[in-house]
Design a protein around this ligand. Structure first.
Ligand code: ADP
Ligand code: ADP
Ligand code: ZN
Ligand code: ZN
Length: 749
């Protein structure tokens, strides 16, 4: 049997590992967070395969990529061409939709060009990205942006007081000068006292030379109303200033559906072309399963190939559980899990063999029922003659393995070894944490907390919700379940906070200012640690701050340099001057308890707990241990955290508060089952502190421990959007229609 052979892998925490991975099989890599799975699978195997491919590139690309880093490994033999499918969201912009990303829209355009009536041109005119096809009012976007004057102006202020709330229009700014020196206005008059005439002049005036200005306007400078000026300078596509002012623009711009095409993105001529009464935009607004029925209803006699192809592509999306999506859905609004599945579906369609597919936790966002579909697809990919590697915590996907590699035993320096390799059956006998998990009996919460008070969601109709009213018990742990696309996030993350604004949503989104902050700054203890260094060495505290005088001048204290690559993500490399520490060399001479500042920043939270045991902040590190984050180092920058890690980090801030209404979306993401147990203990600690916890989850280890379940279903999209069960988890076991119940019964064995 052919094998990929790895010799001497030492990337990050890996302990000189040598192993073999069978080809044309599915290998699942397991182990607690920080045990070294990514270091082995992505940073060693994936990176080396990528590097070998890059060797074949021309020298320009190669030179730039060579700094990408060569993995720390002696040798890897018999590698295949890699395809890495991670959860990084599908990039793109407002012009990228599910239809364009999957190429299904291209097939649909072809169909319309062939059999649509009347005939309007070649298939490319059906593209909203083509000037001949797009609606000219919105340039094919489907929406128009306009400036919200209520947000742009503070009418209780005068021009001199900064009434125009936008950079460069503020007092002293160069755009501001043109208004106050136009000679048109009393610059101390509040805008709310402006006459209609003045208001019009300020907002809408066309370009002209003012008659009696109070400064020299030179030859070229002209007066222009604030709104057309913002439009011209900021709202043009790809204007430099648009990018620069993105945040500020978002604040003042409101978007509305395009009044001409009504969101269809295309011009009238293109929309006049129909098949069985539907224009192409009507088709893309159908859910995938509805569209499939429509396509099948078209007689296939003459144009069989396109119809067969469309049918196949649509069926692939259904197989993968995305039947509820519409082709016109903008890809940037898809969840990470949905993005990942769209990437998968693209590969199902190809006929390439002998590739090395690498998946990063494909279970994220998926109900056990959806996982069945994913498993099918992964098996199909293998059956085509490919090798599949999966990094995964989900027991149902681990079962898919022909071969398991369990890393551990713990994380960081205490991990990086192979605890078990072999088939799934014998994993149970392994003494490692993964093996232990599979050998333990399953339990269900038989003593749920009593329901006293509730909060109500009433008549929710957003997206696919069907006039949902539901009561959520307070001061207990409620888990909201249902297949992907059934409406869980819509109900809990969108409607609930609207109706109950006090809700705290703890999500996986980036933490503000995260490129500059690390774990210590987030915890608010970095000053305390700097003070310890300053006091011990009798020097200024500022020296120990990398974004102050102590920082490396080359990288501004960041420790990394960014390399800008056209068409690719930026690549970061460690700064060559400071070796990635971010500090000036002289700062590193000062130590505290034998360690310099970068060595302290390199401590894991677990190590930090004993290193700082006499300090009042040592206790803070306990939480990280409870959350399965004990492998994180103090200096780790927040923007490098995974979504799951970010969410758990945010959770640490909630402890110690009472009576909060807290929502968590899939907090078990990225957690090994042994850490999920710790997470549950922490959630119950929050409940005991009189908080109300609502968790959206697919993980049966979490679902089975809930006090109360709200199950949304039965299916996804238009087949979902209803509450099909609410009650204690044990009662759910008896439910006949719920997919969650079915899988919970299977789980309980
Ligand atoms: P897993 O994928 O099992 O969660 P990782 O491979 O990401 O684990 O991490 C293994 C260990 O290597 C951890 O201690 C982690 O902190 C460390 N590590 C990961 N990336 C880096 C890096 N870029 N530099 C230094 N250490 C790293
Ligand atoms: P879940 O959280 O159960 O996976 P969601 O609440 O995300 O499901 O989605 C429920 C339905 O609403 C799906 O049909 C989904 O496609 C649709 N939906 C979600 N977000 C949007 C959006 N921003 N615009 C349009 N439809 C959406
Ligand atoms: Zn339009
Ligand atoms: Zn530097």
């Amino acid at each position: 049997m052919k094998k990929i052979k790895i010799y001497g892998a030492r990337q990050n925490n890996l302990k000189n590992l040598s192993l073999e991975i069978p080809k044309n099989k599915i290998t699942v890599f397991t182990g607690v967070s920080g045990s070294g799975k990514s270091s082995l699978v992505f940073e060693t195997i994936g990176a080396e395969a990528q590097r070998q491919i890059n060797e074949t590139q021309n020298s320009f690309v190669r030179n730039r990529l060579s700094r990408f880093g060569v993995p720390d490994v002696d040798k890897i033999d018999h590698l295949n061409v890699p395809v890495i499918i991670n959860q990084k969201r599908l990039g793109g912009n407002a012009r990228s939709t599910v239809g364009t990303a999957t190429d299904i829209y291209a097939s649909l355009r072809l169909l319309f060009a062939r059999i649509g009536k009347p005939f309007v041109g070649y298939s490319n005119v059906f593209s909203f990205n083509n000037p001949q096809g797009m609606c000219t009012t919105c340039n094919g976007l489907g929406y128009v942006s306009s400036v919200d004057t209520n947000r742009l102006f503070d009418k209780s202020k005068s021009l001199n007081e900064g009434a125009i709330q936008f950079p460069t229009f503020q007092p002293g700014g160069y755009r501001w000068l043109r208004y106050v020196n136009s000679g048109y206005f009393d610059n101390d008059k509040k805008l709310e006292d402006f006459t209609e005439e003045e208001w019009k002049l300020l907002l809408h005036s066309e370009e002209h030379k003012p008659k009696s200005p109070t400064m020299d306007w030179g030859k070229t400078m002209k007066y222009l109303g604030v709104l057309p000026r913002i439009k011209r300078d900021f709202l043009k596509k790809n204007s430099k200033e648009e990018k620069l002012r993105k945040k500020e623009l978002q604040r003042i711009i409101s978007t509305d559906i395009c009044p001409d095409c009504k969101g269809k993105r295309l011009n009238d001529k293109v929309l006049s072309c129909k098949i069985k009464g539907k224009d192409i935009a009507d088709c893309t607004s159908l859910s995938i399963d509805e569209l499939l029925s429509f396509i099948q209803s078209i007689s296939s006699e003459t144009y069989e190939t396109i119809i067969t192809e469309l049918t196949k592509k649509l069926q692939n999306l259904i197989t993968i559980g995305l039947q509820y999506l519409t082709l016109d859905r903008v890809t940037t609004t898809l969840s990470g899990g949905e993005s990942q599945r769209i990437k998968m579906v693209k590969h199902l369609g190809n006929s390439l063999e002998d590739l090395l597919y690498i998946f990063d936790e494909p279970s994220i966002g998926l109900h056990p029922k959806d996982l069945d579909n994913i498993s099918k697809i992964i098996r199909q990919i293998k059956a085509k003659g490919n090798t599949v590697l999966i990094v995964e915590h989900d027991p149902d996907l681990i079962k898919l393995a022909d071969h398991v590699v369990d890393l551990g035993p713990l994380s960081g320096v205490n991990g990086g070894e192979i605890v078990y390799e072999g088939d799934f059956q014998d994993l149970k006998k392994s003494k490692g944490k993964t093996g232990q998990y599979f050998s333990l009996p399953r339990q269900i919460n038989k003593n749920p907390r009593a329901v006293n008070k509730t909060i109500k969601i009433t008549n929710a109709n957003l997206h696919n919700l069907k006039n949902v009213s539901v009561e959520i018990p307070t001061n207990i742990l409620t888990v909201v379940t249902g297949v992907a696309g059934s409406g869980k996030s819509t109900l809990i993350s969108k409607v609930l906070p609207k109706q109950h604004p006090e809700t705290k949503i703890i999500d996986q989104s980036q933490i503000r200012g995260s490129s500059k902050s690390n774990l210590l700054t987030y915890l608010g203890v970095s000053d305390k640690i700097r003070r310890l260094f300053a006091k011990t060495n009798h020097v200024s505290i500022k020296l120990f701050s990398s974004n102050s005088v102590g920082g490396c001048e080359n990288c501004k204290g960041l420790g990394v340099e960014k390399i800008d690559l056209a068409f690719m993500d930026d690549i970061e490399t460690p700064c060559e001057v400071c070796n990635g520490t971010g500090f000036k060399p002289e700062v590193l001479k000062y130590t505290y308890q034998g360690k310099n500042i970068t060595e302290v920043l390199g401590l894991t939270t677990l190590e930090a707990k004993s290193f700082f045991e006499n300090e009042d902040f040592a206790d803070q590190f306990n939480l990280f241990i409870d959350l399965g984050l004990d492998y994180l180092t103090l200096g780790q920058r927040l923007n490098g955290f995974s979504g799951g890690e970010r969410q758990r980090l945010k959770l640490t801030k909630e402890l110690g508060y009472e009576n909060n209404l807290i929502v968590l979306d899939e907090p078990s993401t990225g957690l090994h089952p042994s850490d999920t147990k710790k997470l549950m203990a922490l959630l119950y600690r929050l409940v005991n502190q009189k908080n109300t916890i609502i968790v959206i989850e697919h993980n049966l280890d979490v679902i089975s421990q809930a006090d109360w379940i709200i199950d949304i279903g039965e299916g996804a999209g238009k087949h979902g959007g209803k509450v099909i069960f609410e009650g204690p988890v044990e009662k759910l076991l008896d439910h006949e229609k719920s997919a969650t119940a079915e899988y919970l019964r299977e789980y309980m064995g």
